[in-house]
Design a protein around this ligand. Sequence first.
Ligand SMILES: [Mg+2]
Length: 177
Amino acid sequence: MKLRRAIFLDRDGVLNEDLGYVGQPDRFHIFSWVAPALKLFTEKGFLLFIVTNQSGIERGYYTMEDTHRLHSILAEHVRPHGVEFTGIFVSPYRESTPNDIRKPSPKFVLDAAEQYHLDLPSSYVIGDRSTDLEMGHRAGCRVVLVRSSAGKETEKEPGVKFDHVFDTLLEAAQTLT
Ligand SMILES: [Mg+2]
């Protein structure tokens, strides 16, 4: 069986402005370059996944249903461009709550690889925080930092490691093969 390649996207700060605890549509501001960027990745044959930590759910700021509603908005935003998400994975936990899915855990990525027959060494994890990058390293993916949102600060963190860095997701989509 031929293995597929995938892009694992962080959400807040990569696809939409990271305003902190984004749970409601009026605070869900999708970046203008997201649809063209994901169209490019799709044309290059990548499956698209989102892996997002949403501790605001456990904190009671919003619900998993609210989060699914935002993801429906996102799906409708990109659909006219021929873009679909194969999977959207949400961890609702705070950092202090024992669990095996919150980033930097690679569990969502490893499970998706098994379910969708993915080749992880030629797949990419794209994020703006060190937890995204660490998940990518642990999963054995190529690791990409984007400077949108927190990424500019993450780039300066001591010891931070990544394979590529771009200003935005669009630049990543235009460059990565
Ligand atoms: Mg982020």
